[in-house]
Design a protein. Structure first.
Length: 429
């Protein structure tokens, strides 16, 4: 049987790391099992906030990958500030208005002149390359995944050029309503232009994928149409070889992923501060990934320097091993408007790691509902301190919290990448 060819346009691709990269690396891994031939179009020499070359191990030699050039404003900003392109494009710092005049000016320019985002310089060359691939490979379906939402601008232009093609728009995050826009010095004109681009894309796309039920509800308020929910997930094969849990003399809490300013868990740190000296001596908290500099000030305020450890970004398989070796996994939903719809990629890896989760976020949010439905741990609001302290004391004294392990095979778990690829297949066909 001839495979149906699908062109996937994504800015983030290995050696870039992160949850968004894993989403489409894994889809490309499993789509051929369902008689679909993915073809990837990505950026040449992009500026990535994090690198994870190990993800290339999941890419088949048979997967066609094409590259297009981009004009990268982050490179110029890096030269002006004396930082690396990775430093200036890291989410925890890229949108921060903390710092000197150059930093603030750079964020203002990025917020008001690069719409929908700072990857807009990728559009011209990518549109040209996409048309070339579509003609040559007889592509039937085009999928754009964002952020960056510049990819959807490309998709809209392709659909206008070839209305007979099916265009599937994959929204990993909200577009104009993304939480960090609240902290940007954005003018109303820039916001209106962004929303107009978004509505045009939503009107034109044949199918639109979002990652949570709450996000579907948000998008319906922007443009009424059908939205398909395909969340992020975990690859069961990434957790097939679980490391044996070594004996430890401390209770370990681990947080894996970037921590932007709205995601700083102030109440969690305060709860740690209220623990007795005996309990504080028994606990160790490890952060893996990039973090906003304000975290450092919070740790100093509560004198947690001997408890909290910053380990830096880990390749995805090493990160998953760290998750599986934790006693408790910390999940923080950013404190922002519409945060009830946020389903971070790490939640699903946490599920497969099979360790209890302590979640801080909206009690009725999509993440909290999954944790409660599958009995994965405990959830707290942002202003709860004493309940977190009591929970930690209970665990440090040898107690347990509500947690239910998955008692079937992980390949067919509702959030496995294999199962989610089956859902994507329905839209492609």
């Amino acid at each position: 049987m001839a495979h149906k060819k699908v062109l996937i346009i994504t800015y983030y691709w290995p050696p870039s790391g992160g949850a968004g990269v894993q989403r489409w690396v894994k889809f490309c891994k499993y789509l051929p099992k369902f008689e679909i031939q993915p073809i990837v179009l990505t950026v040449k020499d992009g500026t990535y906030p994090i690198l994870d070359p190990s993800l290339e191990e999941d890419i088949s030699d048979d997967l066609p990958i094409h590259y297009s050039k981009s004009i990268e404003p982050y490179l110029l900003f890096a030269r002006l500030t004396g930082k690396t392109d990775r430093q200036v494009s890291t989410p925890a710092t890229a949108f921060s208005t903390e710092g000197g005049f150059i930093q603030k000016l750079g964020v203002w320019i990025r917020s008001n002149f690069f719409i929908p985002d700072a990857r807009i310089g990728w559009v011209p060359a990518t549109l040209s390359k996409a048309k070339e691939i579509i003609r040559k490979e007889d592509v039937e379906v085009v999928i754009t995944t964002g952020p960056p939402n510049s990819t959807h601008v490309i998709g809209n232009k392709i659909k206008n050029w070839r209305p007979d093609l099916k265009w599937i728009m994959d929204m990993r995050d909200p577009w104009s309503q993304i939480f960090y826009n609240e902290t940007l010095p954005r003018t109303s004109l820039a916001q209106n232009i962004d929303e107009t681009l978004e509505r045009k894309a939503l009107k034109t796309a044949d199918e639109v994928i979002v990652v949570s039920n709450g996000m579907a509800e948000l998008q319906r308020n922007i443009f009424k149409r059908k939205y398909h929910v395909i969340p992020n997930g975990f690859d069961h094969e990434d957790f097939s070889d679980r490391p044996s849990r070594a004996a430890k003399n401390k209770f370990t809490v681990k947080y894996i992923g970037s921590m932007t300013e709205p995601a700083i868990p102030y109440n969690f740190f305060e709860a740690i501060n209220y623990l007795s000296d005996e309990h504080r001596d028994r606990i160790s908290i490890d952060f893996f990934g990039s973090y906003n500099q304000k975290v450092t000030a919070v740790i100093e305020e509560y004198n947690l320097g001997g408890i909290v450890n910053f380990q830096g970004y880990l390749p995805h398989l090493e990160a998953k091993a760290e998750m599986a070796s934790a006693d408790l996994l910390l999940l923080v939903i950013p404190r922002s408007r519409h945060n009830e719809l946020i389903l971070t990629g790490k939640l699903f890896d946490y599920i497969a790691a099979e360790q209890p989760i302590l979640c801080i976020g909206p009690s009725e949010g999509d993440a909290a509902q999954i944790i409660k439905e599958y009995q994965l741990g405990v959830c707290f609001n942002y202003n709860e301190i004493k309940p977190i302290q009591n929970t930690l004391q209970k665990l440090l004294d040898g107690g347990k919290i509500s947690y239910q392990k998955w008692n079937s095979d992980f390949q067919h778990h509702p959030f496995s990448r294999y199962t989610l690829t089956e859902k994507l297949l329905e839209l492609i066909e």
